[in-house]
Design a protein around this ligand. Structure first.
Ligand SMILES: Nc1ncnc2c1ncn2[C@@H]1O[C@H](COP(=O)(O)OP(=O)(O)O)[C@@H](O)[C@H]1O
Ligand SMILES: [Mg+2]
Length: 370
């Protein structure tokens, strides 16, 4: 079991100082609108590489009226087979450097990308209701999170590819770019870009297979494919970059490459692109995808992702809600869920951690107070 056994939030969003010590299964956070439910999930999401589930800047996360920095510190219980039984993970910023994310693993400073070696976090939030309507960037980030869960080095390759691309764009914008330096940057882009493309392709193939084999359950079955970049491996990408120098210099950016990939999702039962499905159907597609992916990751790398399901229960009819809880319970693993009412979670087992959030504090939810 990979699960958080404690997480503290200091000057994070609406929390001056809060501590949560959840069990390993369901963690249900209830509270009024604005009580700080999504804030807690965002803190958990920062225990993985990237900008967290809101994609916000670090300075937005620091509590207004606080010190200017914030800290999220967590203890992760590891699967019993692991060498150590737990690991301490911390992340945050300081007053002096409010835009620099610091990460500590067992007290030692580490890169944010190293977090993926310890845990995976997947989420569904109300903001993702527009995932299929909006631009490819959001879908690419979603895909990358899925890929990262299967391939912990994915974030490293992605960030090295992006860094080399930024340097190449800058170089091409200059008067007479140094050809050796340009070639070196393109070689770097090709190496890491091919690794990024490979991890995505492997993810889509494995997940598609799993979805195809699964029985039609309570959630719509998605079909997946990739579009936007089809040059093949490292050498093909390198050739493409060399060929496109003049074009990219004129455009002021790199026009083709894995940074342009899009994830196409269809509703298999209806043979319809996701963007044409109803909002509820789109949500069910995403839920089906994330649940199948969590199972896939658990099977492949023996570590179930921590799931953050923000306001998901409220949008499901009672029978789908019951099916969701049953499926999650059977799968095991830590699942954080939020809602405004405890009644939404009436069907879940007594072992769930039921917490009520209010005024920056965390309390046992009223229905479980005896
Ligand atoms: N940096 C911040 N400093 C202080 N409060 C914040 C900060 N960011 C967000 N908040 C507050 O957090 C609250 C929203 O919390 P949220 O977790 O989204 O609520 P909900 O329970 O509805 O999910 C709002 O009241 C907002 O003003
Ligand atoms: Mg919320």
């Amino acid at each position: 079991m990979t699960a958080l056994s404690r997480i503290s939030l200091s000057d994070f969003r609406s929390y001056p100082d809060a501590l949560i010590q959840p069990g390993g299964g369901f963690v249900v956070l209830t509270g009024e609108n604005g009580a700080g439910k999504t804030n807690v999930l965002e803190a958990v999401s920062l225990l993985s590489p990237g900008r967290g589930l809101r994609g916000a800047s670090l300075s937005e996360m620091a509590r207004s009226g606080g010190s200017g920095g914030f800290a999220v510190a967590a203890r992760l219980a590891l699967p019993s087979a692991a060498e150590a039984s737990e690991v301490d993970i911390g992340t945050g910023t300081t007053t002096a450097a409010p835009e620099r994310r610091q990460v500590r693993i067992n007290g030692a400073s580490a890169a944010a990308t190293a977090l993926a070696e310890w845990l995976s976090v997947l989420w569904l939030t109300p903001a993702m209701d527009r995932l299929f309507q909006e631009g490819a960037g959001g879908r690419r980030r979603f895909l990358d999170r899925l890929a990262l869960a299967l391939s912990p080095t994915h974030a490293v390759h992605a960030s090295r590819y992006e860094a080399a691309m930024r340097a190449r764009n800058k170089l091409l914008a200059g008067e007479a770019p140094d050809q050796d330096w340009l070639s070196a940057l393109e070689a770097r882009m090709a190496e890491h870009g091919a690794a990024v493309a490979e991890a995505r392709a492997v993810t889509v193939a494995a997940l598609s297979q799993r979805l195809a084999d699964a029985p039609e359950g309570a959630f719509a079955r998605p079909g997946l494919s990739l579009s936007g970049w089809n040059f093949g491996g490292e050498e093909a990408l390198l050739a493409e970059l060399r060929r496109a120098r003049r074009r990219d210099a004129a455009a002021g950016r790199t026009l083709a490459g894995p940074h342009r990939t899009d994830l196409l999702v269809t509703h298999l039962g209806k043979a319809q692109p996701a963007e044409r499905c109803s909002t509820g159907e789109q949500k069910a597609l995403l839920l089906g995808l994330v649940l199948a992916h969590a199972d896939l990751v658990a099977e492949r790398i023996g570590r179930r992702p921590i799931l953050l399901l923000d306001e998901v229960a409220a949008h499901l009819d009672p029978s789908r809600r019951a099916a969701l809880f049953e499926r999650l319970e059977a799968a095991g693993g830590q699942v954080w869920m939020t809602g405004t009412e405890t009644s939404l979670f009436a069907g879940i087992g007594a072992s769930a951690s039921m917490l009520e959030l209010s005024g920056g504090g965390v309390y046992p939810a009223p229905s479980r107070v005896t």
